[in-house]
Design a protein around this ligand. Structure first.
Ligand SMILES: Nc1ncnc2c1ncn2[C@@H]1O[C@H](COP(=O)(O)OP(=O)(O)OP(=O)(O)O)[C@@H](O)[C@H]1O
Ligand SMILES: [Mg+2]
Length: 257
């Protein structure tokens, strides 16, 4: 499944974060966060409410600025304290983001939502953009809704359109922040199923989620956060079978009584 690129069987590292710190109003929220992501990884970011999972994702996508830390993507190091707008724009071209609340453009059709970034930001000819968007919509089972406006879609369909929009830009990694938490329970399945397929196809993903069944089945690694730190960085199977920390044990017990 993974792209080995001749690294003597060692998986190539796509992204690395070292000693990332972030405070809000003098209160430390993220403390010395360090981890790495290999191409093809599906990382589940887990932890109790308020531990900083969303803040971590927003910091990685520069929706929030970290106070310090080093961010490495494709072998290039960026000092998070001094990173420039130009560098951020370059990194964003390689990363996708799927939000809890979909963030679709309400005045555009599904297809237009997906082609928008290709045409406006990437300056792609419309025909080419439409073809790429169509393939992305097929991948999430939404091609039949290409001409619908978001208001006429279910939450699950909106989120699948948002995933197609991220996919169309061919990101090297997609960040998801609780992509199903705004959905009725009946609609979470179709979104998780799309995400499972992406993970299986080798899409590199960092998923903040409270869907522990999804995390257990679809992710290969877990980052368990507690108190603004990464308390455990483990293979999913190991984390769910035998968490190493007390907090991890409590967390897993609570979800599988
Ligand atoms: N813009 C902000 N200004 C001040 N404090 C913030 C801001 N954003 C987040 N926080 C605080 O940072 C902490 C971590 O919040 P965050 O949203 O990252 O948690 P989370 O792990 O995503 O929680 P949940 O599981 O409930 O989504 C919380 O104490 C929150 O109040
Ligand atoms: Mg959150």
């Amino acid at each position: 499944m993974k792209d080995k690129e001749g690294n003597n069987g060692k998986d190539p590292m796509l992204l690395q974060v070292k000693d990332l710190n972030k405070s809000f109003g003098g209160t430390p929220i993220l403390k010395e966060i360090s981890f790495s992501v290999d191409t093809g990884d599906c990382l589940a970011v887990l932890g109790p409410s308020g531990v900083g999972k969303t803040t971590l994702l927003r910091t990685l996508n520069f929706l929030e600025r970290a106070d310090s830390g080093v961010f490495t993507l494709d072998g290039t190091d960026y000092d998070l304290q001094h990173i420039t707008a130009k560098q951020i724009a370059g990194i964003r071209r390689k990363t996708g983001f799927v939000f809890q609340e979909f963030n679709l453009f309400l005045n555009l059709t599904v297809l237009q939502n997906v082609t928008e970034g290709l045409i406006t930001a990437r300056k792609m000819p419309r025909d080419e953009a439409v073809e790429i968007a169509r393939m992305a919509l097929v991948r999430v089972g939404m091609e039949d809704k290409r001409d619908a406006f978001p208001v006429s879609l279910s939450g699950g369909q909106k989120q699948r359109a948002a995933i197609a929009r991220a996919l169309a830009l061919s990101p090297e990694i997609i960040y998801f922040d609780e992509p199903t938490s705004a959905l009725d329970p009946a609609l979470t399945g179709e979104v998780l199923s799309v995400m499972r397929d992406l993970a299986r196809d080798g899409m590199t993903m960092l998923v903040v989620t409270h869907e522990l069944t999804f995390a257990r089945e679809a992710s290969n690694r877990v980052l368990f956060m507690d108190g603004g730190r990464i308390a455990e960085d483990a293979r999913s199977a190991d984390f769910f079978a035998a968490p190493e920390t007390e907090q991890g044990k409590l967390f897993v017990q609570n979800i599988s009584p």
